[in-house]
Design a protein around this ligand. Sequence first.
Ligand code: CDP
Ligand code: MG
Length: 811
Amino acid sequence: ESCRKECQLAELRLVRNSFSLGDADGYADAVFVRFSASRLAAAAAALSAVKAPRRVARQRSEALDFLRRDARAEPRGLSSAEMSPLWGSRQRLPAFALGPQICAAIRRHQVTLILGATGCGKTTQVPQFILEDFLQRSAHCRIVATQPRRISAVSVAERVAKERNTRLGESVSFKIRFEDKIEDTTQVVFCTVGILLKVMQSNPNLDGATHIIVDEVHERDLHTDFLLILLRRVLNERPDLKLVLMSATVDPSAFQSYFEGIHTVSIPGKTNFPIQELFLEEILPKLPDRPGWRRSGKSNSKGSMGQKPLPVPQDERALAEALQLPMDLATDLAWVHQQRPEDIDYELVVQVVQMIHGSNEPGGILIFMPGWFEITNTIERLQALPFAADLSIHALHSRLPTWEQQAIFAPQSGRKVVVATVLAETSITVEDIVYVVDCGRSRSTFLNEDTKISALRTVWYSKANGFQRRGRAGRCRPGVWFRLFSSLQWEAMDEYQLPEMQRSPLEELCLEVASLQLGRPVDFLAEALSPPSKEVLQHALELLHRLGAVTDAEGHSLTPLGEQLARLQVHPMLGKLLLLSVPFRCHNQMLTICASLGYKSPFQCPMGMEKAANQARLNLAQKSRSDLIALVNAYEGWRVGKRDFARRNFLSHETLDYIHRLREDLRSTSREVLSTVPEDHTDPDDLAEACKAVLTAGLFPNLAWLQRRGKGKSISGLPVVVHPGSVNSTEEWSTVVFYEIQETSNRFLYDSTVVGLAPSLLFAPSRSWREVHRGKRVVVELEQSWHVAVDVQVADELFKLRQLVANFLDT
Ligand code: CDP
Ligand code: MG
């Protein structure tokens, strides 16, 4: 059967392509005789070995009919897409048959929601359906399809170009930060959501675009939800613009009430290949060395920093009963049920890999981990396996440079093992992945509504995430989904993740709303699919007000400072650092600091080398007592010594390279925003002092008071600990400023800088400057829980300086 089809397709291609089809039938016959006779003969020979020759003859005449019919039906010749070697596999996708229906729906309705299982062909096919529909009518379209991440924008564009048999850029292309491959002829552009938002700043009505496709709408990230508000408004202005939303795992009802008249098309059918699904209780009995793993991890009864534990039985008897398990298995599961999401059991992961490898079945393994730290831990353990040489191990993380991310797609000699974050969850196909090992956790930003501290937190994921991860297997052959948690845990998980807009800080978004003059942020964001809580919005606006970015606590309009902050396109705190660095003459240092804070730290801490790594960082910090000044020195050293310097100092060359690019980008935007930038200080001590002053001013109220061995309290009274990797981890009795807190196993301060009291007094917003005269001292109340006593004279001086700074910021 497949042989016959291959022949038919091959002939079709030849017929319609090699000849002008004046006489389709005649040529079809001629070619059939000339070319396909030999091929069909080969096919016939193969078939006749197992089947009656008469049947082959019938098939032969069927093939001829098929040829004739098709040659008549489409006398325009084969398109280059049909010539692609991938044409056959496209045709087999569940989405393919629905092409005409999808096109008709899109033509008839302004908003279309397309649902279909992962791997059915939404991402790669829908843009092509639209394109082909237009091509057939000799019309021109411009389709912008958003992807949640850079890696998917690039890999999908490459795949679609290949399917269309064209060069990337010709009709299909991508645009991501730092890389724009769009040409005049490009009709389909895959880009990140951030890029589309940027385009809308200068082209709010999206003139020129005919279709906007928002892929993976289930992710509900901040930017996509923001984009949807804007798009909903644009649809009114541009009745001709078509919006297509797509997802595998979304609750359509939310969108149905959000977009009036939305039309839904469901693509029936499961994934291309079957996927075996296993829960931990089914995996455990198969492990090669099960008794060992239980003792390896630490079970923690303290409870998680953030998420409430899943409501699952922790008692072995109850478990044995509920799941009908033998006692020893129930004991193991009970132990697993006690684990917090942040307790990753690496031994379990390693054993699963061992089991897969031991089975001698071919196929790559994709392991999902919550973050970079867990990825490196896993990789180290995998590398210690006796058969590590047979594995080709890769990390996949959003912060790796694009080219490094792309490496996972290349064929490898050994068994491919990719250890990835949520980044690999959507829109990508790694062809040789057969096994998905899923720890069931993800890491994202959560705002603690009580403390208003936003922190990266490891949490149990939602079922929707699980289905996406499952969908990474079975794309090119049958697969297995190993869920490293029990079926009871799965049942207790949420269906969908809380939309990011309802769990993350909103100051950047509010600044953007104010700068685009979209009205009061409170009103604008009320139009969101899932509007944020009033409290969190209030907090964001307060922060902006404190930073001096908005004129009033409602966020009605921006101050001159706010306008500049919005133009800088970084978090407003980082923006303020950049602006302040000008009068304080440490602009180059602050560029490095902001590029890194907005991205990630280049400092590495390899397992077993912690001491040496910490020492290297201390050396780089010199006497500054600042992780950020250490960072500046690291960057300067790397600019000269590159890879060699990075290796010697436990720095990531790749991260520094990316920081460098971000820094250049930041430098050119700040050049546009700032009129003149004076020379920086030349004396290193002056420079360090200036940096500290700016950090204090810009990062307020991110202040903490350390008491013993890096432990202390934040300005709002929360207990905090300086991360052990910091140069300040043993600091005592001092004030530090920091950019972010990460709540993992503890509330960690990552990038801290010890500052004197003077700068904190100098830059604390004036409304919290309260003086209480007590003889010769003045007690200044910076925040409710933060009092500082200063000499009256010093206070006077500071007060004058404060006025100067305030005046500067006002203008
Ligand atoms: O978006 P959806 O999950 O529905 O599917 P898709 O990304 O359009 O991919 C459809 C199919 O194309 C996959 O199941 C793979 O078989 C294939 N594909 C591939 O082999 N290589 C790629 N880079 C992308 C897709
Ligand atoms: Mg997709």
